[in-house]
Design a protein around this ligand. Structure first.
Ligand code: ADP
Length: 432
């Protein structure tokens, strides 16, 4: 500070010394005139520096900082350092803000920050998608103008956010959203939205599946129940009648048994995420077994044949392959009227081994083909039941095909017959 006063007064001090000299040599008037001019010059110089400072302060850019001599040098260099520090802090804050923006943009959930009056302060890109928000024009808009579904407005105003709100997204008909409100900073809220379409779909599938299984089990159970009641009500039924009723009951329990065993197979296949245990399967013996099972099922009612031209060893799981092949053969037998033909073949096409079952049965309308591998999907429910079907056979085949990286192809025409082909990858005939 002391240094500051010395430097400020130095020009005047030297000027005064020089004026004294002028007084001694010339006169007091000359000395006074000189002092006056000097003070005016110093004032003009300082006024000019102040003007430059004022100009710069109206647009304080680092590179445009003015330079000045003497004491002004100190002032401008302090200002220079201050502005530099300020710019660095600003840059750091901008970087951090960008960081936060990138992190929230990467969040798997939509986030909208709402102020005390439920107006949008900010939203991330996922929230823009979920609610069709526009980050430029929708800022400070009331959220109830932007998301207008009555259930949303009721939820928002009820103020009880313990449970999330599940609703359809207004702009995407098939999107389901789960919305949560999290209070923060006093009376503000973060609105967090999650796309639960997939979860809802799985939940619907699960509900349908449980309903289907219950229905499938209830039908035979009701029949068995009816027979049991009949037997109780009519104790003096003839032996023949009782045998007949027991036979019918046995059919129903067999049906339930089939259903449970197919359900167990399917659940094992669907829940087994471990890699497939493969072996080099002897195809000749496997196909002979499948062929023999089919022959027993057909009981001589069809012209039945097997042709083997494909590789004799295949890398796969024998038990699963047998289950898939047998399901296809059993279907051919069940959906081909007496006298029809059923041809099994094991062949190689373009390096890919194929198992195919061709029948001259009732065939399938094209509209059903894409859905045949769904669980419990049947073209003709009663025909499937009459022939002991569970509606799970092709779902099992498809699962096994997936586990073997094979494809199930279906070609069919109503009244002419169907061909079901399992196409294995070329790599499955190589020793692994
Ligand atoms: P299901 O136990 O009912 O046969 P699947 O899953 O094996 O169940 O087959 C699903 C449906 O596909 C059957 O209900 C039937 O309508 C149809 N289907 C399967 N194989 C054949 C076939 N070879 N010929 C005609 N329809 C078939």
């Amino acid at each position: 500070m002391q240094d500051f006063w010395i430097r400020v007064s130095l020009p005047v001090f030297y000027g005064a010394l020089f004026a004294l000299l002028l007084w001694a040599v010339f006169s007091a008037l000359v000395a006074l005139s000189f002092m006056l001019l000097l003070v005016l010059a110093v004032m003009a110089y300082r006024a000019r520096q102040l003007y430059k400072l004022g100009q710069w302060l109206s647009d304080p850019r680092l590179e445009a900082i003015p330079d000045g001599g003497g004491i002004w040098d100190d002032v401008f260099s302090s200002l220079y350092k201050m502005v530099k520090r300020h710019n660095q802090t600003k840059q750091k804050l901008a970087d951090e803000l960008q960081h936060i923006e990138q992190a929230t943009a990467a969040l798997p959930e939509g986030v909208v920050s709402l102020n005390e009056a439920n107006r949008v302060e900010w939203c991330n890109p996922l929230a823009e998608q979920h609610f069709g928000l526009n980050p430029n024009s929708d800022i400070l808009q009331d959220i109830t103008y932007l998301v207008r579904q009555p259930e949303f407005i009721a939820y928002l105003h009820a103020g009880n956010y313990a449970e999330p709100l599940v609703m359809k997204a207004a702009r995407h008909e098939d999107m389901m959203l789960s919305i949560k409100f999290v209070p923060y900073g006093g009376n503000k809220h973060l609105m967090i939205s999650r796309d639960i379409t997939q979860l809802e779909r799985i939940e619907t599938m699960r509900r349908d599946f449980v309903a289907n299984v219950s229905h499938e089990m209830r039908t035979p159970l009701t029949v068995v129940n009816g027979f049991v009641e009949n037997l109780q009500d009519m104790p003096d039924l003839s032996h023949d009648k009782i045998r007949h009723v027991l036979q019918l009951m046995a059919e129903q329990t067999r049906r339930m048994d089939h259903l449970v065993s197919d359900l167990l197979t399917l659940s094992r296949l669907e829940n087994d995420h471990s890699p497939l245990r493969t072996e080099m399967v002897d195809m000749e013996s496997l196909l002979a077994e499948v062929y023999q099972d089919g022959r027993l099922l057909s009981g001589g009612r069809h012209q039945y044949s097997l042709e083997i031209t494909g590789p004799l060893r295949l890398s796969g799981n024998r038990e699963e392959l047998r289950s898939a092949f047998s399901n296809l053969v059993s279907n051919a037998v069940r959906y081909t009227p007496d006298g029809g033909t059923i041809k099994l073949s094991w062949s190689l096409h373009s390096g890919q081994p194929e198992f195919s079952v061709q029948d001259s049965g009732i065939g399938i309308d094209a509209q059903h083909i894409p859905r045949l591998t769904e669980r419990f999907y049947r073209v003709d429910r009663s025909r499937s039941r009459e022939t002991g079907g569970t509606g799970l056979g092709l779902a099992i085949v498809n699962r096994i095909a997936l586990r073997h990286q094979a494809k199930l192809q279906i070609a069919s025409r109503v009244g002419e017959g169907s061909t079901f082909t399992l196409v294995f990858p070329a790599s499955s005939i190589k020793e692994r």
